[in-house]
Design a protein around this ligand. Structure first.
Ligand SMILES: [Zn+2]
Length: 73
C-alpha cells in the first residue's frame, strides 16, 4: 500500500478508464461539494463519487483500475 502521500504523488493527469481506456475526468459536484469521476463512454459503468478532494478521487480511480486488472488478469 505504501504511504498515502507518496502514492498520490505517483499519479498523473490523463487517467484512463480500466474498462475502455477512455480518458476519465474528475469533476466537482456543486450540490454535495464532493468530487467524482465517471467514464464518459456510453454504456461503460465505471464511476466513483463522494470523494472529499480531487486527489482522493484520483487515488480511488487508480485503485479501481488496479482492482479491475487483478480481477480480469
Ligand atoms: Zn470506461
Amino acid at each position: 500500500m505504501g504511504r498515502p502521500n507518496d502514492y498520490a504523488g505517483d499519479l498523473r493527469w490523463g487517467w484512463q478508464c480500466p474498462r475502455c481506456d477512455a480518458d476519465v475526468p474528475v469533476t466537482r459536484d456543486a450540490g454535495s461539494e464532493t468530487f467524482l469521476w465517471a467514464c464518459p463512454t456510453e454504456d461503460c459503468p465505471s464511476a466513483g463519487f463522494g470523494f472529499s478532494s480531487r486527489r482522493r478521487a484520483r487515488i480511488a480511480l487508480r485503485e479501481y483500475r488496479e482492482a479491475y486488472q487483478n480481477i480480469y488478469r
